[in-house]
Design a protein around this ligand. Structure first.
Ligand code: ATP
Length: 296
């Protein structure tokens, strides 16, 4: 089932010098329910801009962006988000932080509904091993524990898509690996749809079922002096069975990470858009070639 759909999305920002600055250049993307998409790309390519459009914090210059066929509007519970830091309210306990979203929607006199939300919050917090810390404040928790609360805070409203912007970027390597396996467990158990931004190619290749590289470093048929924004230059399936972190130590995994390192990350080496790995069955190139074949 289609969850998120970008159709011919362009995003540019105004500049003081008149010419708008093009960031996202004709983005087409469909994400289906249950996909775990990891998104990487060179600094400044527009990853945060893309997330802001999905969240409804900013709007596309042109094109259509829909969630379950409904145009994206202002931020609401259809999208959950986890940032690297500062997702939690410092003066609220773990449980209070998680219940802020549900309690905002359930009036205080609907006691049974509030109780159900509380039970569900405790169930989720138990799943991430925080049942003994429900009444602690964020400053009493480690970085990994805080991020577990932030994930549950985003999950409790059962969003259509969970957006994660470098959520493990500030964690030490051991905690990071623990959080990676925990996230895969949550994704499987709750059949989540995730779009996960990271700067870490190893993390991207390990976590996802689908890898996306957004990049401004490519050429196409528009000529040398054409102003280009970023496109998805890589869109490929990832097979991450088994989910054990030992897979990261295999030669195949190292090869995969190494091959991605060359795709769209080097401004001195510009490939044509058609030379990249766009082998995912839902990538725009695959869909275009299917359309062309069926029209012959
Ligand atoms: N509000 C804005 N006004 C003007 N330009 C902006 C605005 N927001 C972002 N930009 C520019 O758009 C481009 C993309 O920025 P964005 O933050 O989306 O990139 P990013 O891929 O998330 O970068 P990083 O990996 O470094 O976090 C950058 O050149 C940035 O300077």
């Amino acid at each position: 089932m289609e969850t998120l759909h970008f159709n011919d999305i362009y995003k540019s920002y105004p500049t003081k010098h008149g010419e708008p600055f093009l960031v996202l250049d004709n983005i087409d993307l469909t994400i289906h329910k249950g996909e775990f998409c990891t998104l990487v790309g060179p600094s400044g390519c527009g990853k945060s801009t893309l997330l802001k459009l999905i969240l409804g914090q900013d709007f596309a210059t042109s094109g259509q962006l829909t969630i379950k066929s409904t145009p994206v509007g202002h931020p609401d519970s259809t999208r959950g988000v986890v940032y690297q830091k500062y997702s939690l309210y410092p003066n609220k306990t773990v449980l209070q932080n998680v219940l802020m979203g549900p309690y905002f929607k359930i009036p205080f006199w609907k006691k049974q509904e509030r109780q159900n939300a509380k039970d569900y919050a405790i169930e989720l917090l138990t799943k991430v091993k925080l049942e003994k810390h429900l009444n602690k404040y964020p400053h009493e928790l480690s970085g990994g524990m805080q991020q577990r609360v932030a994930i549950i805070q985003a999950l409790i409203t059962q969003p259509e898509i969970l957006l994660m912007d470098e959520p493990f970027g500030a964690l030490d390597p051991g905690t990071r690996e623990f959080m990676q396996t925990l996230l895969i467990e949550l994704w499987e158990k709750y059949q989540l749809t995730i779009l996960f931004v990271t700067h870490d190619l190893e993390e991207a290749c390990f976590l996802g079922t689908r890898l996306l590289v957004l990049s401004q470093y490519y050429t196409d048929d528009r000529g040398a002096d054409f102003q280009r924004g970023a496109k998805f230059v890589v869109d490929r399936p990832l097979h991450k069975e088994p989910t054990s972190t030992h897979i990261k130590e295999t030669a195949e995994f190292a090869e995969l990470v190494e091959s991605i390192r060359h795709q769209g990350f080097n401004p001195a080496h510009l490939q044509h858009v058609t030379e990249f790995d766009l082998s995912h069955p839902q990538s725009w190139s695959t869909l275009n070639s299917q359309e062309n074949n069926s029209s012959h």
